[in-house]
Write a protein that binds this ligand. Structure first.
Ligand SMILES: Cc1cc2nc3c(=O)[nH]c(=O)nc-3n(C[C@H](O)[C@H](O)[C@H](O)COP(=O)(O)OP(=O)(O)OC[C@H]3O[C@@H](n4cnc5c(N)ncnc54)[C@H](O)[C@@H]3O)c2cc1C
Length: 468
């Protein structure tokens, strides 16, 4: 795609959006659609942020297209276009396999209710009560209750039920039993309610369709263009320095991580002491590891499921899931149906991970640990596809360092910050006029759906500011 380099951008824009994750893309599109002159600047050569892909020897590997909630259908129709919405399809075959249970599910409320009552023998009244309670949770509710307390209230002592209901959410947004129940409620109601969906054609097709829409709306897109500094004077945004060039603007929407935005782009000196106090408790979420397996041309894989939540750990344990040698991983299977017209199969194993475990390793040990992770993933996958090694002609691994390098996010975070980051992100523009943040924060604003929806909210804020 022919993107501009920053030398070809104009000297002045109404808004500069820094970063092209799904949040940044959506904000840029909405603001351009509202009639503002928008520059979208991305440090990488490709748009999409974590919604990305790469090609190796004829294989196309999707990084974060494992599944998203039903809500994406409405969101894409309302805030992008009908063609994007029409490419969303359901994944019907979700598998859980661990020492506590093996089940296949369509990942919707009806099926979960049936599994909980028939298989796990939980009273129907408790199941209904749980679903009604989480569906009724909203942002303004009590935030002191933890997810652990929520589960103990409805399913006391049932570690198997806790695992079924928590493990997919831990993979989806890095949250765990210690996070506020409210975040669980909002995400669970979105995610484990009406099934899990994917984008037919892959991430590359989605981003291509989004770019068409951005171009139609007149957004100037610059890639390989890293924003170095947001220029702030007397509490107001004046412009952005991008690769040594100053672009004048009164409004910046940063899709860089919230802490990167404050520390690296705006600088702490731009904020009040009161605001800086608010930042202190902000914790970044965990990062990820992945193993990419390309299946040799001409080889086939039997349908063993679309998404497999597998573990040989005895029970759900968030520390075990983050361990470098975790025995818990999801396998995403990409059959040719995922990419119509592309007759290839790929498998991606995803694990949660801590940046600090990987970042300090000397190079030789780092490479060795990557190889060991590939090997562990193959051993696990052999339980479902015994001849997987013979079928693969490409194996590669990514670690938190990889995610940090491509997105620049603090500690390579995959899902932004914990809950307290949301208020910081939302109140940035109260402290510096014209400065907004969009992107994964607060657990509820992460994932493809969260990032796009947040993009709409922030576009509305920035639009109101520009019009005032
Ligand atoms: C391994 C993995 C699997 C995932 N799987 C799923 C899934 O199955 N379903 C789902 O819904 N979600 C998934 N997610 C989460 C989802 O991908 C993200 O929450 C979402 O894409 C984040 O969007 P964002 O707007 O926060 O921006 P990001 O994607 O984080 O993008 C930020 C962008 O800003 C750019 N940037 C940063 N600093 C600068 C700078 N100074 N100058 C210019 N550009 C800059 C970065 O290069 C990047 O392009 C997954 C994430 C990971 C890591």
């Amino acid at each position: 795609m022919p993107y501009k380099s920053i030398e070809n951008a104009a000297d002045k824009y109404d808004v500069v959006v820094i970063g092209s994750g799904l949040g940044g893309l959506t904000t840029a599109n909405r603001l351009a659609n509202a009639g503002h002159r928008v520059l979208l600047t991305e440090h990488h050569h490709r748009l999409g942020g974590l919604a990305t892909w790469f090609k190796r020897r004829g294989h196309i590997f999707d990084i974060s297209l494992h599944g998203f909630p039903h809500g994406m259908i409405k969101t894409c129709r309302k805030y992008w276009n009908r063609a994007i919405m029409d490419s969303i399809v359901q994944l019907n075959n979700i598998v859980f396999d661990n020492p506590q249970f093996t089940i296949r599910t369509t990942f919707d409320k009806v099926d979960f209710t049936s599994i909980l009552t028939n298989r796990f023998k939980v009273a129907r009244a408790s199941v209904d009560d749980f679903f009604n309670t989480v569906a009724g949770m909203n942002f303004y509710d009590d935030r002191t209750m933890t997810t652990r307390e929520l589960f103990e209230q409805f399913f006391p002592g049932r570690s198997d039920v806790h695992r079924l209901l928590m493990e997919p959410i831990s993979y989806a947004n890095g949250s765990n039993f210690n996070d506020p129940a409210i975040t669980y409620g909002i995400v669970f109601s979105n995610f484990m309610n009406k099934g899990v969906f994917t984008f037919s054609g892959g991430t590359d097709k989605l981003i291509e369709m989004m770019v068409e829409e951005l171009e139609k709306n007149g957004v100037t897109i610059c890639t390989n263009s890293r924003a170095e500094r947001i220029v702030i004077d007397q509490g107001r945004v004046r412009g952005v320095e991008i690769d040594g060039r100053f672009i004048e603007t009164a409004c910046v929407v940063s899709n860089a991580g919230i802490l990167n935005t404050i520390d690296d782009l705006a600088g702490r000196a731009s904020f009040s002491a009161e605001f800086l106090e608010k930042i202190k408790p902000v914790q970044v979420n965990n990062s990820s590891c992945q193993v990419y397996m390309g299946i040799r041309e001409g080889e086939r894989l039997n349908d063993i499921g679309d998404l497999l939540f597998t573990s040989t750990a005895p029970a759900y344990d968030v520390d075990e899931m983050l361990d470098m040698e975790t025995r818990s991983r999801t396998f995403s299977l990409y059959y040719p149906k995922t990419r119509p017209g592309h007759d290839r199969y790929t498998v991606v194993a995803s694990m949660n991970a801590r940046y600090d475990d990987w970042a300090g390793l000397p190079e030789e040990r780092y490479q060795k640990e990557k190889e060991k992770m590939i090997e562990r993933s193959l051993v696990d996958l052999e339980r479902y596809i015994p001849d997987i090694r013979q079928k693969c002609d490409w194996l590669e691994a990514a670690t938190p360092k990889t995610f940090q390098r491509y997105t620049l996010h603090t500690k390579g975070t995959s899902f932004g910050t914990k809950f307290e980051g949301l208020e910081v992100s939302r109140s940035l523009f109260n402290d510096v006029k014209g400065l907004f943040h969009v992107g994964s924060v607060g657990i509820i604003m992460s994932g493809w759906l969260g990032a796009i929806n947040y993009g709409v909210i922030v576009a509305n804020d920035a639009d109101a500011y520009l019009r005032s």
